[in-house]
Design a protein around this ligand. Structure first.
Ligand SMILES: [Ca+2]
Length: 277
């Protein structure tokens, strides 16, 4: 059995100013590089549940006469069931403008506390069983598709997951999931989409069977015959809700912080015969 574990420790030692990533094709402002901190920080808005009533919204709207409390990137008006962003700097409104740092905070870090692998090889008579697995613990990831389960685009309708059934509605006023929005995408990164991405993945299980020497002696044809069966991408133990906790963004800065729903790896089964004449 081999077991290895390691910690990738990193720290940004010098940067002129916080660098906030703005991927080219979207209005997301999703990660930040900060001096004295690790790379891989997820950056966005802390939320405090959803707005429950119009009275509650009216109160928040009264806090700053110059601004509506939280104006989304599409300029939508807040309605009951919308996520409530936290005003971090206490000026009575949430500045959602791209690159605005007034109310954005670090929501998590995509760098695991520990990573490693565990593999084992067991032999008994002609049988050899080997199992390979890997793990990563203590990190977060932004599941972008998760937030999209509560938004519906009439021109590009997509299926949504059953999590959408838990959404806030006037009949389900205690829900902590936001109301469904039509054609009003809120693109801001919030802690609502940030999840623990710890996992333990069984990558491969392989079983070999070597024909006994007595059988080979009888056949008088082969020197060695090994039958093998293996499974790849066997199972991942995780609480992460997306298809894969290993999913990542191809954006160089965002890297493992943002899960744009990479197509999950397939599970495969192989059967083989290795013959030595
Ligand atoms: Ca503010």
């Amino acid at each position: 059995m081999t077991f290895n574990i390691y910690k990738n420790k990193n720290k940004v030692t010098n940067i002129d100013a916080d660098y906030v990533s703005v991927p080219g094709m979207s209005v997301l402002t999703s990660t930040v590089i900060k001096e004295g901190e690790s790379l891989g920080l997820i950056y966005g808005f802390e939320t405090d549940g959803v707005f429950r009533t119009q009275q509650e919204i009216d109160y928040y709207e009264s806090l700053n006469p110059d601004h509506s409390y939280q104006e989304g990137t599409t300029g939508k008006n807040t309605i009951p069931g919308d996520l409530k962003y936290v005003d971090q700097n206490g000026d009575g409104w949430v500045n959602i403008a791209t690159n605005a740092k007034d109310d954005r905070v670090v929501l998590g870090c995509s760098r695991p506390d520990f990573e490693g692998g565990l593999s084992t090889r067991l032999s008994w008579k002609g049988l050899t069983l080997s199992i390979q697995s890997s793990f990563a613990f203590g990190h977060e990831k932004y599941w972008q598709a998760g937030t999209r389960q509560f938004q519906f685009n009439a021109s590009e309708p997509l299926n949504v997951l059953d999590i959408a059934l838990k959404r806030w509605t006037p009949e389900n006023p205690d829900s902590n999931y936001p109301a469904m929005r039509l054609n009003n995408y809120a693109n801001e990164v919030t802690d609502f989409g940030v999840y623990d991405a710890s996992y333990w993945k069984i990558q491969n299980i392989n079983l070999d069977y070597r024909l006994p020497q007595s059988v080979l002696d009888k056949l008088k044809v082969f020197n060695n015959v090994i039958l093998s069966i293996s499974a790849n991408n066997v199972y991942t133990f995780t609480d992460y809700p997306g298809p894969s906790p290993e999913s990542f963004s191809s954006d160089m800065i965002e890297g493992g912080s943002i899960d744009y729903s990479t197509y999950p790896q397939t599970r495969s089964f192989n059967f083989g015969i290795k013959v030595t004449l």
